[in-house]
Ligand binder design. Structure first.
Ligand code: NAP
Length: 318
């Protein structure tokens, strides 16, 4: 098969489409003929040599894919060759074939085309596990989503609205805020113009900035609020005002999805299929796709992501 290989860390030009050995199914694995994958910010960090694949993971980038089951290993009963699926991967999505534990495989939601489905697993699992399982967002509560126009943000906005929350986003332009409002957000804050911590009080904050926003995030939490940090685009360190945290009886969580064991990912995937997929089946929420780029030209897709112009997901079509 072909895959995107990274021989040395660097810019988008180091992503090379090359012939590599096919994956073999281990016990419990599903082999997928990949129709598409999608770009995540973590792939850029992997390309730059700043985020190594966890032990045992494929060396090729790609945290999600869609496609058709080609083969299943021993002990797989949930899927059969020919099934149209998408999957949460620990790596290896930028390829013509990938092996993945069956627990991380999902059916393609009704009404979503096979290629579009490639952009769902990573964002759906991240938003479901953090906003709903960890932070337990409830109906009527306010969710603040930083980077509302990101791949993660565009799904978080729609899902939180579908579950009856008030949703506030931050974004870096009036155009991006307008897109978030179209997706259902109630309010948008242009972080270049205004300090969000002066404008919003939230029960739950989904944060992708990390250190640079820590103080503001704690300030913006309501009593009993839950801050979940999933990204560190603004650095790994910040000052935590424990006085404010204790007074508000608030909590701060940090999580990553990729390094979790298969069983934990399986619990998240089942939660997604039970709670998020029915909304996609019914057309109540939808994948937001910015562009489709040929997988062999992954470099162009990375340039696009790094330009910051996108809203939603950039797909890599095999
Ligand atoms: N921990 C986990 O398990 C996990 C899983 C998936 C993703 N993530 C993280 O989630 C983040 C989003 O991922 P993605 O793939 O969806 O990336 P993406 O589409 O490239 O989104 C990045 C977003 O950051 C926004 N942004 C930049 N500076 C900002 C600021 N100061 N305030 C608010 N927003 C700002 C950008 O929007 P503007 O143009 O509006 O600035 C952009 O929409 C990444 O940091 C990624 O590493 C974590």
């Amino acid at each position: 098969m072909h895959a995107i290989v990274i021989d040395k860390p660097g810019g988008p030009e180091v992503l090379a489409w090359r012939q590599v050995p096919d994956p073999r199914p281990e016990r419990g694995d599903v082999i997928i003929d990949v129709a598409a994958s999608a770009v995540n910010r973590a792939d850029v960090l992997q390309r730059q040599g700043l985020y190594s694949p966890p032990p045992g993971a494929s060396p090729y980038p790609g945290l999600e894919c869609s496609g058709v089951v080609a083969e299943v290993g021993p002990d797989v009963e949930a899927f059969r060759p020919g099934d149209r699926v998408c999957a949460l991967l620990t790596g290896g999505g930028y390829a013509e074939r990938v092996a993945v534990p069956w627990q991380q495989v999902m059916r393609v939601p009704e009404g979503v085309d096979l290629v579009e489905a490639a952009g769902l697993p990573e964002v759906a699992c991240t938003v479901w596990s953090n906003v709903f399982m960890t932070a337990r967002l409830r109906k009527g509560e306010t969710l603040l989503v930083h980077g509302g126009a990101s791949g993660i943000g565009t799904l978080a906005v729609q899902l939180a609205k579908a579950f009856g929350s008030h949703v506030v986003v931050t974004a870096g332009s009036a155009e991006k805020i307008a897109r978030c409002l179209e997706l259902g957000a109630d309010e948008g804050i242009d972080y270049r113009e205004e300090d969000f911590s002066e404008k919003v009080r939230a029960d739950v904050i989904l944060d992708i900035i990390g250190g640079g926003y820590l103080a503001g995030n704690v300030r913006a939490l309501k009593t009993g609020g839950r801050l979940v940090v999933i990204g560190m685009q603004g650095g790994t360190r910040g000052e935590l005002d424990l006085g404010a945290l204790l007074t508000k009886r608030a909590s701060v969580h940090g999580t990553t999805l990729r390094a979790r064991p298969v069983d934990e990912k399986g619990v998240i995937v089942r939660g997604v299929v039970d709670n998020v997929w029915p909304l996609l089946d019914a057309g109540a929420i939808r994948p937001v796709v910015h562009a489709r780029v040929p997988m062999s030209d992954a470099a162009e897709a990375h340039r696009l992501l790094e330009s910051g112009e996108h809203v939603g997901k950039i797909l890599l079509v095999g």
